[in-house]
Design a binder for this molecule. Structure first.
Ligand code: F3S
Length: 427
């Protein structure tokens, strides 16, 4: 294992020349670089901070962040925030208690003091000013965004933790290890998919089947391209291929610990390097059916009454919001519906009239949060339906809800009729 070499400037930060906040950040970055055997640090161009909800941070987390900001920690690269526990302008209307809302708003103030842009979204790659380009070194902590950036864009990020992403943003560097190195981006699983994968929900079910089977490996999807329309040049709009790959990466990261995947002929490194990206000793995994995945993810098959239908995990793209609006035009909802997205995307959707259509039906296009990081019990939500693989995994664990999982039409049908009417297995 090589010794870590620091530049003069990096050593000065570690020695405290730029104050205690920077010193603390450099200590974290250097400790991780040493643990993972990095030879040096790599400059990062962007950071994404996760663990923003007061639901996860608690008072101890807020105090830790406040002290760090008071020590002078300021980000030196563009840095964005993951969703928090509520929407900025709606928490009172939703009935969120002030003993949750006030500390939550304090968290955002602390990050603002550090210079972080309060995007409150897990999809920074959908925002033009924050979309990375191929080869960019990033320090992103949102696992679904890491998977998208590494795989679909060809940028490079490890799965940072909350504090390590802040530390990297403050010093503008991270250790050169893990997925910053070519050899760790090579595929060690070749996945053949011998069944139809026709919707976002199907891609979520596939993420379950593959993520559970391989854990933290790097999958090479040999034949998934036939289920993907061409990727658009402008990934910020989403589009059918982007939306499917967004949900695939999120589920692979949630059900396994996948940070990079390749799709033959589709994702950039797979297009350029072809079979050379596959390790000689790669294992083969064949997926014949998604039925078993649907049966596990659609966790409460007897559940008919849904408190909340939620779409947009990771946060919805413009095309996903458009699909919901198209379905709901002229209809009236019987059940609460959240389409969760970033404020930047919501504004774009409002300019195109999609938000107004969804609201006219009785739904909400919700910014800043999602049904995993918001205090759903406080919102009286005990059962949900979703078409998102990651939401089906996390909401029962983190929000204690019962869950139905199916395609977008099944979810929107439940929102309109007030009950889940689709059969358990979609596969
Ligand atoms: Fe994003 Fe929440 Fe899903 S943070 S990835 S919408 S669980």
């Amino acid at each position: 294992m090589s010794e870590l070499t620091l530049t003069f400037e990096e050593q000065a930060m570690l020695d405290g020349a730029e104050g205690p906040g920077v010193k603390r950040a450099m200590e974290i970055v250097v400790a991780l670089a040493r643990i993972y055997g990095a030879a040096d640090l790599v400059p990062v161009v962007h950071a994404q901070i996760a663990g923003v909800s007061y639901k996860n941070l608690g008072d101890a987390g807020v105090q830790f962040l406040s002290e760090w900001a008071d020590e002078g920690a300021r980000v030196r690269v563009p840095t964005t925030l993951n969703p928090m526990g509520m929407e900025r302008g709606k928490w009172q209307q939703w009935g969120i208690a002030t003993d949750f809302a006030v500390p939550q708003l304090n968290v955002i103030d602390v990050f603002a003091k550090m210079g972080v842009t309060p995007t409150m979204s897990c999809t920074p790659y959908l925002f033009r000013e924050h979309t990375p380009v191929r080869g960019d070194a990033l320090a992103w902590a949102e696992s679904s965004a890491v998977a998208f950036a590494n795989s679909v864009i060809g940028a490079r990020s490890n799965r940072e933790g909350g504090p390590s992403a802040i530390a990297a943003a403050v010093v503008g560097r991270t250790g050169r290890y893990g997925y910053h190195l070519d050899e760790n981006r090579q595929a060690n699983f070749v996945v053949e998919v011998h069944c139809p994968v026709k919707s976002v929900a199907d891609f979520g079910a596939l993420s379950y089947a593959v993520g559970k089977a391989m854990g933290s490996g790097v999958p090479w999807f040999a034949d998934l391209g036939e289920w993907l329309p061409p990727l658009p040049a402008d990934l910020t709009l989403g589009g059918p291929a982007g939306d499917r790959l967004k949900t695939l990466g999120a589920g692979l990261a949630a059900y396994g610990a996948v940070a990079v995947y390749h799709v033959a002929g589709v994702t950039p490194e797979a297009r350029d390097l072809g079979q050379a990206l596959i390790r000689p000793n790669a294992q083969r995994l064949v997926i014949d059916s998604l039925d078993a995945a649907y049966r596990v993810m659609d966790a409460d098959p007897d559940l008919k009454q849904i408190d909340l239908v939620t779409v947009g995990c990771p946060h919805a793209s413009l095309t996903e919001i458009e699909q919901v609006a198209d379905y709901l035009r002229g209809k009236t909802l019987a059940t609460r519906l959240w389409v969760t997205t970033g404020e930047i995307t919501r504004r774009a959707a409002a300019e195109l009239g999609y938000v107004q259509v969804i609201e006219a039906a009785g739904g909400e296009v919700v910014a800043d949060t999602c049904a995993v990081v918001a205090p759903m019990r406080m919102l009286d939500v005990r059962s949900m339906a979703t078409n998102a693989g990651k939401m089906a995994c996390y909401a029962p664990m983190h929000s204690g809800v019962k869950m139905r999982f199916g395609d977008l039409e099944a979810c929107l049908d439940a929102a309109v009729t007030g009950e889940w009417r689709k059969a358990t297995s979609e596969g």
